[in-house]
Write a protein that binds this ligand. Sequence first.
Ligand code: NCD
Length: 313
Amino acid sequence: MKKINGNFYQKSIVSIDQFDAHDIEKVFDVADSYKKGLEKGTVFHDLEGKLLTALFYEPSSRTFGSFTAATQRLGGGIIPIQGVQFSSVVKGETLEDTIRVFASYSDAIALRHPEEGASKHAAEVSPVPIINAGDGVGEHPTQALLDLYTIKERLGRTEHLSIAMVGDLKYGRTVHSLSKLLSLYKNIVMYFVCPKTSQMPQDIVNLIKKRGVKIEIVSSIQPIIDKMDVLYMTRVQKERMDKKLYESIKDLFILNGRMAGRMKKKSIIMHPLPRIHEMTTDVDSNPRAVYFTHEVKNGMYVRMALLKLVLAK
Ligand code: NCD
């Protein structure tokens, strides 16, 4: 995929591999200005006359909702395709054909699809930019950007961080994008807390190691929790594995309020959501928990920034 290289205009956003630290700074600067503006009630018109298709082949609440909110907050319109069971996909239409059709109606397509590589494939045939809203077990680049934006906002830095990624690291796409994104910064130590049957893919481990990330693989949250700056919890991706594997790993790593209380004062607990078994609800009132209080809203600001940079000159 084309690197961003300081210029987002009309480019598809498929992978974190397209970004460097300057590109990320640019997204965050624009997101900051939208955040400030919305907080004081500014009405934006940057996407007036533009249309986004949100084409979702997999369930979604936040990503779908925030792409919709982001477009409308900028004065743009949206073609919401959520639940392809009501579309021609059930008649057997290919992804390529569906993409060509919606590219004729709209200026960009945010695509969520169960197959890894679907966004890249779509970008190759689409005359309008594709934004990857999650491609199977592949990547979720917009989630990683909102996660890093939240880390920067809450901790004041993107370097010198100890982060534990907990849960299903093989099938969870958010941690794939986030690890690659964090590897662009200095002094990052990542602790992977995951089952033996669901480890971070080797190609990602090789890449981030080469970039200087220090990796520790640990079998429990308990011994490391008090040293972490960021605890990034994830859901076991039930729909991407057989029942036997799911049953064997679903309850392995559970964060509760008592454990969360042992974390450093200036540290944060993150989760891309939805939360299932892996985090009890008593964690929510811990002041370090930022998933409902910051990550969700930041997702809208960051997607506003991306849409503006891709669609408006
Ligand atoms: C994530 C996803 O879809 O990958 N959700 C989201 O977009 N916030 C995480 C998940 O479903 O577990």
